[in-house]
Design a protein around this ligand. Sequence first.
Ligand code: BMA
Length: 332
Amino acid sequence: MKREAKAPSLHVELFRREAENPILTAQDWPYPVHSVFNAGACQVGDETVLLVRAEDRRGHSHLSVARSNDGISNWQIDSRPSFAADPENFPEEAWGVEDPRLTWVEERGEWIIAYTAYSTSGPLVSLAATKDFVHFNRLGPVMPPDDKDAAVFPRRFGNRYAMIHRPVSAGLGAHMWLSFSPDLRHWGDHHILLHARRGAWWDANKIGLSPPPLETAEGWLILYHGVRVTAGGCLYRLGFALLDLEDPSRVLRRSDEWIFAPEMTYERQGDVNGVVFPCGWILDRDGTIRMYYGGADNCMALATAKVSEVLDYLRKCPAPPDRGRKSMTLSE
Ligand code: BMA
């Protein structure tokens, strides 16, 4: 794919695109796939590991492990699907597995993968665990359809794990919810976390968590995608929120403006035009956030930001009016 320079903008851009973008395409795969996008990401020692969604020519997706020392180039990609759908044992994976989010859970000594299992009744949230990205242990489906865009927090609150996810209610929008579990298997105490806005807003029609929550000194950093339905199709853009560290149901800040949007050809044109879709990010020791994102449901790209600049920006963002759990009800 042709490389291109980014057009100048008068906005302050928090994320800078990698010059080598797109960093991974279907042509890099060691076996035939149609497209690669929406990878989960983590750092394992000296290696960056991506768990990449690869779509085949049936339209079904599986997950492929790709490893690199610099997180940009020389990817070593597993020679066959690393995590393939297993519909015989897990019927909810009938139409594939998609969009993984990886969370290192220190007390368990393993990564918890939240992914979309595409069942014949619609997409739902499933969890799996791995210690090495070679062996995967499924915990099974944890939310019924339609539900996706899920990630587990890296630590418990009190005795309970917490997960953000995105159920869809017919005709009433698609909002981000927070749920709790004693064991990662049984989830409850569901309540709404962030609403999709309405009307002209960039995040009017649907919102969903993008990468897993990132712990910072000032709160859980949340990057989410907002969808606006236009005459030309859906536009997927990104915004920030900040949650209270000890009570993640308290939303401290939310950006009014989108902070990243499809601009480059590899984001504007693909199987689904106008999509930037990160499922993974890595915070490096020097304070750099590496955001790995799918471009136009077609390729993988990378953009970086300084976490200090992101937090400076969020400090200037408004505290949402529906801040705090007390003001929210299940019937909202
Ligand atoms: C969402 C998800 C993503 C996809 C995006 C744009 O609903 O299914 O996997 O990248 O739509 O098509």
